[in-house]
Design a binder for this molecule. Structure first.
Ligand SMILES: [Zn+2]
Length: 478
């Protein structure tokens, strides 16, 4: 019995290739050791017993960041961790229709911002990956070293994609699928990929020392069919809740490998003229709240998960780990750092310090300079609209200050002690963008999955996505 996942479906349609199952390369835990190396394993790291480790729940969001989508994400994350801090999530951001002021707000509130390419193409060029990283840094102020994760659009990763993210300095990929027997804890790719062994990546010569793979953990529905993303589209809310709970219990009462809830927020957001998703959203929110009521359940970003993986501690010690704290910076003055007063509900970015950048197809707020022309794949960060001598000029986040503490108007870092000091040692943008090839993509898979507010765009894009994901989200057992 071979298991084909969403990526297999895409790959089949895209290439018509014959798929040959492979097996993962062996990994020796005696030589592959933390913190830089970890073999794929169903059991918790460092010999910890499942009952002693946290049950991590990762809630991830994909595609563009827009006001109504961010509001949906916040509704899902409206629970607390055992240490009293708010649940955190990861967002795999594509650039089209993204409002960068909201990305900065998401980041400033302790959530993770990660790369999902510029135009959301199935087989991204190096430039597709680098351009998104550049824009998230330039317009959302996310330090390059904090953009650690990558998820392939349509989960359609390849050996080339994985090699590319390693080259660009990403810490991890999370595009592969884990289905019960290969719901491994996150592991490094020192010995290659161990998930999706139907494809030619697993068992290939791909070896990326120190780069982590965080499998996406599928859940089985009533028919035993594995579901991965947007599972609430695969049945009635009560049915989906029932089998989601059963799958969670398998993790929680089993080896406690992380549990994932993978969301395209467009599907849980109501738009005029489209299906009312209120009951589906209420069911997901209720499910998340039920998980939050259990002992040792922690809602973390994938970045936080990896911090724990590199130095695993018992659940009883998690609350005191530095990466689990949630104190907001006390900068002593109102600066444009994502924590200013922004009204989400009204869809209006009201922060008085924000710039608004308006182009034909893209409008967004930013604490930084607007570009003079609309960003493109080849030129994702065009020249600034204002000169450095202009009083309206904004200063980019430097490599020695986190944007939480950076006043882009004064060009000043307001961090003055070691607890907030930051030094970015990531691969510089110029190195990558300058060396990037801009191989065009063939567009065999569907277009951008984000939804713009224009009704016509929404109708075609959202329905296309719903239809597509309805097929693709199912992991078909053949
Ligand atoms: Zn996507």
């Amino acid at each position: 019995m071979k298991v084909f996942s969403i990526t297999a479906v895409v790959a089949l349609f895209a290439t018509q290739s014959v798929l040959a199952a492979t097996t993962a390369a062996p990994c020796d835990p005696n030589t592959c050791k933390l913190p830089s190396c970890l073999c794929p394993s169903l059991t918790p790291p460092n010999g910890l017993q499942p009952k002693d480790v946290p049950q991590f729940v990762t809630i991830t969001f994909d595609d563009s960041v827009q006001a109504e989508l961010l509001a949906t994400a916040k509704d899902l994350l409206n629970v607390k961790n055992p240490n009293g801090c708010a649940a955190k999530g990861s967002w795999y951001v594509s650039m089209l229709y993204t409002n960068f002021a909201l990305v900065q707000q998401w980041y400033a509130n302790g959530n993770e911002v990660a790369d999902h390419t510029f135009t959301h193409v199935g087989t991204p060029s190096s430039q597709e990956i680098a351009a998104a990283r550049a824009m998230l840094n330039q317009y959302a102020g996310v330090p390059l070293g904090k953009i650690k994760g990558f998820r392939a659009p349509f989960l359609n990763y390849t050996t080339d994609t994985l090699r590319e993210i390693a080259k660009q300095g990403f810490q991890y990929d999370t595009s592969s699928t884990g289905v019960v027997d290969d719901c491994y804890w996150p592991y490094t790719l020192d010995n290659g990929l161990a998930n999706d062994c139907w494809n030619n990546v697993c068992g290939s010569d791909l070896k990326l020392p120190g780069v982590w793979e965080i499998p996406m953990y599928a859940v089985n529905d009533n028919q035993g069919t594995a579901q991965l993303m947007d599972v609430y589209l695969s049945g009635s809310p009560s049915d989906v809740t029932a089998w989601s709970e059963a799958n969670f219990e398998r993790h929680y009462n089993g080896n406690r490998s992380p549990f994932g809830i993978y969301v395209h927020p467009t599907h849980l957001t109501n738009y005029a003229g489209l299906a009312d998703m209120s009951s589906q959203k209420a069911a997901v929110v209720s499910f998340i709240q039920s998980l939050a009521s259990k002992p040792d359940v922690w809602f973390v970003t994938n970045e936080q998960l990896l911090q724990w993986m590199q130095n695993p501690v018992p659940a009883s010690q998690l609350a005191s780990q530095p990466y689990m704290q949630c104190t907001l910076p006390n900068v002593g003055k109102e600066i444009c750092n994502g924590l200013e007063n922004i009204s989400i509900a009204s869809n209006i970015v009201s922060g008085s310090l924000l710039n608004n950048c308006n182009f034909n197809t893209a409008n967004w707020g930013t604490c930084f300079n607007c570009p003079a022309t609309e960003p493109t794949l080849d030129n994702p960060t065009p020249n600034n609209a204002v000169a450095e001598s202009d009083p309206k000029f904004r200063h980019a986040v430097p490599s020695n200050c986190d944007s939480l503490w950076w006043d882009p108007i004064a060009g000043q870092c307001l961090c003055s002690n070691t607890t907030c000091a930051y030094n970015d040692t990531s691969v510089p943008l110029t190195t990558i963008v300058a060396n990037s090839t801009t191989a065009s993509t063939t567009g065999k898979v569907a277009e951008e999955t984000s939804v713009k507010s224009a009704a016509a765009t929404m109708a075609t894009t959202l329905f296309g996505l719903t239809l597509g994901m309805g097929v693709a989200a199912a992991v078909m057992i053949l």
